[in-house]
Write a protein of this length. Structure first.
Length: 261
C-alpha cells in the first residue's frame, strides 16, 4: 500500500510537472500502464482523505472495540451466535470522550427471515433506529425532521464493511462515523459473493452531499473475521459458542446454548 501511494505521488509528479525525471530501472516494474492511468486519482484521493479531518471527540480503541463486540452481540440477540449472514450493526451516540456512549438501536441482516434483499444489517439498523427515535411511546419521541438532523451525531458500528448499497445509505444519512470489522476484500477471499467496491470509494465520491462521515476500517477484524470464515470453508473453526453440525456441516449453537433437555 505504501509503495502504491509512493508510486502514485511519484507518478503524479512526473505527470503534472514539466520536469522530466530519469527513473532508475528498478522502479520501472511499478510503472505499468494501469498504474500510470490510475495514479493521479489515487494521489488525489489520498490528499482528500488527509486534508479533511473531521472535528470529532477522540474515542479510545477500547471503546471502539467494545461497540464492535456489541455489533457481534446484536447477532446473538436477534438471530443466533453464528448466523450464516453474520452482519450485525449497532448505532451509538458518542456524547463525550469519557463515556462509552449511548446505544440507540441494533440491527442484523434480515434477508433470509423476511425475503427483503435490502435488509442488510446496516439498513435494518437504520430502519430500526428511525422507528426507535420516532416512537411516540419511546424515550426520544423525535419528529422526522429531528431524526434527519440526529444522524450527524451518530456512529454506526458494523461487523463487516458496508457494501455499496449500505455505504451509500450511510452517506445519505450523514452519519458522523462508520466503523467496520471485516473488509469486503476479506469477504471475497473467503468466498462471499460481494460487489467489489470499497466503502472508502463511495465515501470519497460523496463530498457533494455536504456532510462528512469518518470511516474507520479493520476494527477488531481478528474477532469479526471468524464469523464469516466458516460458511465456505469446512475446515474453518466455528465462532464462539458454536460447533459444526455433524450432518449439514454448518456452524450451529453448541448444545450448552440450546434449551436444556
Ligand atoms: C446525542 O448526544 C448529544 C450530546 O449529548 C445530544 O445532544 C443528542 O441529542 C444525542 N442524540 C440522540 C439521538 O440521542
Ligand atoms: C431495534 O433496536 C432495539 C434497541 O437496541 C432492540 O431492542 C430491538 O430488538 C431491535 N429490533 C430489531 C428488529 O432489530
Ligand atoms: Zn450492505
Amino acid at each position: 500500500m505504501l509503495s502504491r501511494i509512493f508510486t502514485a505521488i511519484l507518478v503524479s509528479v512526473v505527470v503534472t510537472s514539466s520536469v522530466i525525471l530519469i527513473l532508475p530501472g528498478s522502479w520501472l516494474p511499478f510503472l505499468s500502464l494501469d498504474t500510470l492511468h490510475r495514479a493521479p486519482s489515487l494521489a488525489q484521493r489520498g490528499a482528500t482523505v488527509a486534508t479533511t479531518p473531521l472535528e470529532i471527540v477522540p474515542i479510545s480503541l477500547r471503546t471502539r472495540e467494545y461497540w464492535m463486540r456489541e455489533a457481534v452481540t446484536a447477532l446473538h440477540g436477534l438471530v443466533s451466535p453464528c448466523p450464516f449472514a453474520a452482519f450485525g450493526t449497532v448505532i451509538v451516540n458518542h456524547t463525550s470522550p469519557d463515556d462509552l456512549g449511548d446505544p440507540i438501536c441494533i440491527g442484523a441482516n434480515a434477508m433470509s427471515s423476511t425475503g427483503n434483499p435490502t435488509l442488510h444489517g446496516e439498513i435494518a439498523a437504520i430502519n430500526n433506529c428511525t422507528a426507535v427515535l420516532t416512537d411516540p411511546k419511546g424515550i426520544y419521541k423525535l419528529s422526522p425532521a429531528e431524526v434527519i438532523a440526529a444522524w450527524k451525531d451518530l456512529t454506526l458500528y458494523t461487523t463487516a464493511e458496508p457494501c455499496p448499497m449500505c455505504a451509500t445509505a450511510i452517506r445519505w444519512a450523514g452519519f458522523r462515523e462508520c466503523v467496520f470489522g471485516t473488509s469486503i476484500e476479506t469477504l471475497i477471499r473467503m468466498g462471499w459473493g460481494q460487489i467489489d467496491l470499497p466503502s472508502s470509494e463511495i465515501f470519497e465520491r460523496s463530498d457533494a452531499l455536504g456532510t462528512k462521515t469518518r470511516l474507520l476500517q479493520d476494527v477488531l477484524a481478528k474477532e469479526t473475521d471468524p464469523y464469516f470464515a466458516w460458511q465456505f470453508d469446512g475446515a474453518a473453526t466455528c465462532p464462539v459458542d458454536c460447533e459444526r453440525d455433524s450432518g449439514a456441516g454448518t456452524c450451529v449453537p453448541t448444545a450448552d446454548n440450546e434449551v436444556d433437555l
